[in-house]
Design a protein around this ligand. Structure first.
Ligand SMILES: Nc1ncnc2c1ncn2[C@@H]1O[C@H](COP(=O)(O)OP(=O)(O)O)[C@@H](O)[C@H]1O
Ligand SMILES: [Mg+2]
Length: 401
């Protein structure tokens, strides 16, 4: 199982330019998380900070009990061995063939003999579908193959944490679909903690367990995928629907007056659905990509389910409803919850400002103002007060074996 990465109140500047501040999140072990954000918001800077290549001025990054912002170079070197990083375009050595590129970390960081190196390199090349391309130079292959070679190289030291910097950039939609499947398959096989930086909405909607978003030097939110995918915060809605109208402008930030005028116009038309003009409106939460048949199930799935059900009462109501209705009847019974919310049912307190879900932008709209939906009645409903979906911590002990 991968290891957790705990980021607390992290801030990074270059000279007088603040890139982001007060970023707090935890990457749960073995789960897949996505960090979204417009170009230039400091996503790559964040990844580089996680591996200790950049030093944030404030805050902590705790991995296996060590704060890597403060530890010795020697300790950092040790901890870095837990990481595999796929940089944009693979970051391969142009004069080395793929085999030698992929073998590089093993030859550099271990004392393994050539036979063992060969076994490991070929195993990882097979995992990413590159068998037969050992002798190719990076310049002779497609961008997608270069990324997969970079991925194989990131895998050779058996990382506990795998970071991907825009693995989907520059790929056509079909290649992105294959690569997303590959990422999910890898997660099922190695059960490491994954963080994918992307601005691809399709990837964000179908791959991760958790999603966060950077905007205007802040982490807008981070939490289970259902939170961001049901969010009504304008900046999040705009981004995940790929709209022109909203707080995000041409050069990252619109002035507040322009954004407000556009929002008012949209509201007067009674629709936020500008994306329909482009033929692409996303509705609801699509199912997550599952591992290819024949591969093991992702161990993170059950761990995540238990984790998310523990924190269910802290989440906004639309996310709670999406999570509960994604469970099977048996799971709902086991966790003591029901996809059955009566109108006017008591609502769990949405714990604003908790570490798990942050909704700290100036653009926040009250999420709970939305009218309560009546979800499908469930024949297994028990006599609980008003079918409250958020009855977890108290009830959990009774129904959980
Ligand atoms: N080493 C550096 N020195 C100075 N500024 C940097 C450095 N690396 C990144 N930046 C700046 O940080 C900002 C965020 O960059 P980046 O993390 O690459 O954005 P993203 O990956 O979200 O597109 C940019 O304004 C960039 O110019
Ligand atoms: Mg980047």
């Amino acid at each position: 199982m991968g290891v957790a990465v705990e980021v607390e109140s992290l801030s990074k500047s270059f000279g007088s330019q603040n890139i982001w501040g007060d970023v707090s999140l935890t990457l749960p072990p073995g789960e897949i998380s996505v960090l979204l954000g417009p170009s230039g918001t400091g996503k790559s800077v964040f990844l580089k900070s996680l591996v200790g290549l950049l030093k944030p001025e404030h805050g902590r990054i705790v991995i296996q009990g060590t704060d890597i912002c403060r530890c010795s170079e020697r300790k950092l070197y040790e901890i870095r061995k837990n990481f595999g990083v796929l940089f944009q375009d693979g970051a391969l050595f142009g004069s080395m063939n793929l085999f030698d590129n992929i073998a590089f970390p093993l030859r550099e960081h271990t004392r393994k003999g050539e036979a063992e190196v060969r076994r490991i390199v070929l195993e990882k090349m097979e995992m990413v579908g590159l068998i037969g391309a050992e002798k190719k130079l990076p310049g002779e292959i497609s961008g997608g193959m270069r990324k997969r070679a970079g991925l194989a190289r990131a895998l050779v030291l058996d990382p506990e944490i795998l970071l991907f910097d825009e693995p989907d950039s520059g790929l056509d939609p079909v290649r992105v679909a294959y690569q997303n499947q590959l990422i999910v398959d890898l997660n099922a096989q190695i059960d490491a903690t994954f963080l994918i930086v992307t601005h691809d909405i399709g990837t964000a909607r179908s791959v991760p367990d958790n999603i966060g978003m950077l905007f205007l030097r802040q982490l807008v939110m981070f939490g289970p995928r259902e939170v961001l995918l049901t969010s009504t915060e304008p900046v999040v809605e705009q981004f995940i629907n790929g709209r022109r109208i909203g707080p995000i402008g041409m050069s990252e930030e619109k002035d507040a007056a322009t954004a407000a005028a556009e929002m008012a116009e949209l509201q007067s038309r009674g629709s936020f659905n500008e994306a329909a003009v482009k033929g692409g409106h996303f509705d609801g939460i699509p199912p997550q990509i599952e591992p290819t048949s024949g591969l093991p199930v992702r161990k993170a799935v059950q761990r995540r389910k238990d984790r998310v059900m523990q924190m269910l009462h802290t989440l906004p109501r639309p996310a709670q409803e999406a999570i509960v209705s994604s469970l099977t009847r048996e799971e709902q019974a086991r966790y003591g919850v029901f996809a059955h919310v009566g109108a006017g049912a008591p609502m769990a307190q949405h714990a604003q400002g908790q570490q798990t879900v942050q909704t700290s932008t100036p653009y926040a709209r009250p999420q709970d103002a939305a009218p309560t939906q009546n979800l499908r009645p469930s024949p297994t409903r028990r006599d609980l007060p008003q079918g409250d979906v958020a009855n977890l911590p108290q009830d959990r002990g009774q129904h959980h074996q």
